[in-house]
Ligand binder design. Structure first.
Ligand code: DX5
Ligand code: ZN
Length: 213
């Protein structure tokens, strides 16, 4: 299981990115909140160029933004492995998928806790990752919604016929990790649990081992 660390809950994004750079995290999970798809807004283009420019690990960009297509060119100029967007944030899902893929970037679709997995069906052949949000989108530090795990189990049956990675995002910490260890999950995202600690590696290691050290 790989670990992606989100800077969303930190007070100083740049400082946090630098700490993630120097940690054993596998990816930097970049949450972009536009103030439309979700209530809060957490970026300007100027800020993004600073923090993305400072990233020394591959970025997983999670767009909680209306009209995801308009961000793709800008994001593609950085060290990014995946762009993840929400299906209900665009009228033309296929166009967004095809454009991201054409840039040589992996495509992820994010499901909110109440989204049904059936909405993925038309896109399964074209996507690389599915991100299950286990919290309401837009904020770090919320409690893990266990009900999402039934959907993850169902999806993991379906995905056997495809090359798709499963990501869990939201409320993952040293206690909720135990709900995830025996599931077929490729990447977990952790924000506040890792970034509220002084030693990121100790917390990342705890997540990777799946239990308290
Ligand atoms: C929720 C975000 C998550 C979140 C994770 O809107 O997509 O990535 O920041 O943070 P924690 O781990 O604090 O829930
Ligand atoms: Zn996220």
């Amino acid at each position: 299981m790989k670990v992606a660390v989100s800077y969303l809950s930190s007070d100083d994004y740049l400082k946090c990115i630098n700490k993630i750079n120097n940690s054993d995290a596998d990816y930097i999970h970049a949450d972009l909140c536009d103030g439309k798809y979700v209530e809060n807004k957490n970026f300007t283009m100027g800020l993004l160029s600073k923090i993305f420019g400072a990233a020394q690990k591959k970025l997983h960009v999670h767009l909680m933004c209306v009209d995801p297509l308009k961000y793709v060119d800008m994001i593609a100029s950085y060290n990014v492995s995946t762009i993840i967007f929400h299906l209900d944030a665009t009228k033309d899902v296929n166009k967004v998928i095809d454009y991201i893929s054409s840039m040589g970037i992996r495509v992820g679709i994010a499901l909110n806790p109440d989204d049904d997995i059936d909405i993925l069906a038309p896109y399964l052949k074209k996507i690389d990752e599915v991100l299950f949000l286990t919290v309401t989108p837009g904020r770090g530090g919320q409690p893990f919604q266990e009900k999402v795990l039934d959907k993850v189990d169902k999806f993991n049956e379906i995905k056997k016929d495809y090359q798709i990675e499963t990501i869990i995002d939201g409320g993952v910490n040293d206690s909720t990790i135990s709900l995830l260890v025996d599931k077929d999950i490729d990447i977990i995202v952790s924000g506040s649990y890792v970034t509220s600690g002084e030693d990121y590696n100790e917390r990342i290691e705890t997540l990777k081992k799946g239990s308290l050290l």
